[in-house]
Design a protein around this ligand. Structure first.
Ligand SMILES: NC(=O)C1=CN([C@@H]2O[C@H](COP(=O)(O)OP(=O)(O)OC[C@H]3O[C@@H](n4cnc5c(N)ncnc54)[C@H](OP(=O)(O)O)[C@@H]3O)[C@@H](O)[C@H]2O)C=CC1
Ligand SMILES: O=C(O)[C@@H]1CCC=N1
Length: 273
């Protein structure tokens, strides 16, 4: 892949996960800088991965080919207004990983016809298992689309969407999704502990069952998920009874409602920020 000079504005959970995944996958650390007001997160990233750490967003952005906007959506307007005063964005590629801030809003904040790609990553990027959605408006060149896709492929899989609305759908299906699985696993771990397992043993049981299940999904691309489920569910057996509780309590409807709630919030944020 091409190695351009990258500057992350924001050094939090998501930027940290991408930086970690990139450097681990061989992206040259000396081409990566990371900015944040406090030293806490950025210096930890500098120490662990050898990237540059700075408190000066504008200096960092000026020096970079690619500026990755990685602050919370509610901070984005202030951060961009300050950058706009100091940095000439023509000739630079801007990547935003923020939920709920639209391309139109970025063009308002940073300049018309901004060369921007919206990326919706997730935290498993940290271990090279990320799932990122990407959207680029018309003005973005094929070379910049290719670079953005390659960058996120270095930390996982990518899925391009044709319309910006698709980014909100990616949030529901992948960006927020690790948290859904963690919640489910937390609940299972808690019940395993109530059954008498130590916290460590309960975590091992849940973790191995979950990673085994996802490995099986990955190893069986032609097998529908419903078939994999049925393979576990013996007639008159235990799984059937467990699954009946989930169905009686309308798990599919709950999942659908939760995913729609994420989308609705992203749409609200687009109006708010
Ligand atoms: N967390 C996730 O799973 C995902 C998050 N996202 C998106 O990523 C973005 C960041 O989220 P997340 O990493 O979770 O947030 P965090 O709160 O973990 O990190 C925010 C970072 O922004 C920094 N920051 C705050 N103000 C400024 C400023 N003025 N200039 C530069 N940096 C600043 C903070 O600095 P300091 O270190 O000093 O506190 C911190 O490093 C959000 O827009 C979110 O929508 C997208 C997909 C998944
Ligand atoms: O919760 C959020 O808003 C961000 C976006 C997707 C995951 N975390």
């Amino acid at each position: 892949m091409q190695h351009r000079k990258l500057c992350f504005i924001g050094a939090g959970n998501m930027a940290g996960a991408i930086i970690a995944g990139l450097v681990e996958s061989g992206y040259p650390a000396n081409l990566v800088s990371v900015c944040a007001p406090s030293t806490t997160h950025r210096d930890a990233l500098a120490e662990k991965y050898g990237v540059k750490s700075s408190s000066d967003n504008s200096d960092c952005a000026k020096d970079a080919d690619v500026v990755v906007l990685s602050v919370k959506p509610q901070m984005m307007a202030d951060v961009c207004k300050a950058l706009q005063k100091d940095v000439d964005f023509s000739g630079k590629l801007v990547l935003s990983i923020a939920a709920g801030v639209s391309v139109a809003r970025f063009c308002e904040l940073l300049g018309d016809n901004l060369n921007i790609v919206r990326i919706m990553p997730n935290t498993p990027s940290l271990v090279g298992k990320g799932m990122s959605g990407l959207f680029a408006p018309e003005q973005v060149s094929q070379a910049d689309r290719d670079y953005s896709g390659e960058l996120m492929t270095a930390v996982g899989k990518v899925c391009w969407v044709d319309t910006e609305e698709g980014i909100n759908h990616i949030i529901a299906a992948a960006g927020s999704a690790p948290a859904y699985f963690f919640l489910f696993m937390e609940a299972m771990q808690a019940e395993a502990q109530r059954l008498g397992f130590s916290a460590e043993a309960a975590r091992m049981l849940v973790e191995q069952a979950a990673s085994g299940a996802t490995a099986l999904v990955a190893a069986s691309p032609d097998t529908p998920l419903s078939q994999l489920r049925e393979n576990v569910t013996s007639k008159g057996g235990t799984t059937f009874e467990a699954l009946k509780v989930f169905t009686d309590r309308k798990l599919p409807e709950i999942v659908s409602e939760a995913m729609q709630a994420a989308i609705t919030r992203a749409q609200e944020m687009e109006k708010q920020f």
